[in-house]
Design a protein around this ligand. Sequence first.
Ligand code: SAM
Length: 261
Amino acid sequence: MERLSDWYDHPEYYEAIFGTDTARELDFLVEVNRRYGTGGKLLLEPACGAGRLVAEAASRGYRVVGYDLSEKMLAHARERLSPALRRKVRLYASPMQEFFRPELEGKVDLAFNLVSTFRYLDSEQAALAHLEGTRRLLNPKGLYVLGFHLTDYDRKKPEHERWVERLGKDTVVCNTREGLPDRRLRRSTMRNRLRITGPGKDLLIETHWYFRTYDLTQTRRLFRRAGLEVLAVYDFDYQVDAPRKKGEMRLDSIFVLRAAK
Ligand SMILES: C[S@@+](CC[C@H](N)C(=O)[O-])C[C@H]1O[C@@H](n2cnc3c(N)ncnc32)[C@H](O)[C@@H]1O
């Protein structure tokens, strides 16, 4: 078995796992944009990775700006776009806490960041800088749709998720483990293992990192500080007709945010 590290250096395997829901996620975003936002055509994806959602949105006629820290993920995002789609897309290398483009200020109809990526921001200052910076780019009626897994600080066991997908003749098995949260340091240890097997191939890509932790109170306080109000909250099942009812609590949460009035 060959051992490698950092799944973002291997976008094709990352996307084999995360790419399966892309059309449904975009259907959800389009409908959220129509119901709560401007319904306009300029989208922004912070930490866009290998560009699955960027490409899907561009193919539906949207203009899309994406940025990411990983050059390898961005290279994959560029390669997947046909020349016609490339004209609708702008991709940049940037960290979430710093991204700014003057030509986008006040213009973005919908920004989105769906799969807990926001939790890579490892301090309150970094998270706040990202939220304030994104808010600055939004049209006054624009939205930031932010999805991430909230933390139950009382849980006693690590959390596991496992997916299996096919990529051509290969099988990709993905195991993600979130360790117990550290309430004081506001972080959990994370580990991902991608095991890829196929003809002549046996590969293990193991990645370790920390995710910042948020319970609902910490989340709402941060949004308030960033000048964002919550218009609706959804589960990760992308059912646009089923926003969460007041007082209902689930950890997987998609927040529909707008600049506070
Ligand atoms: C889970 S992937 C999500 C990619 C994409 N949004 C998607 O839904 O497929 C997380 C991405 O966040 C990027 N990333 C992590 N920390 C970042 C930071 N501080 N600023 C910008 N990008 C970051 C990684 O390079 C990776 O491409």
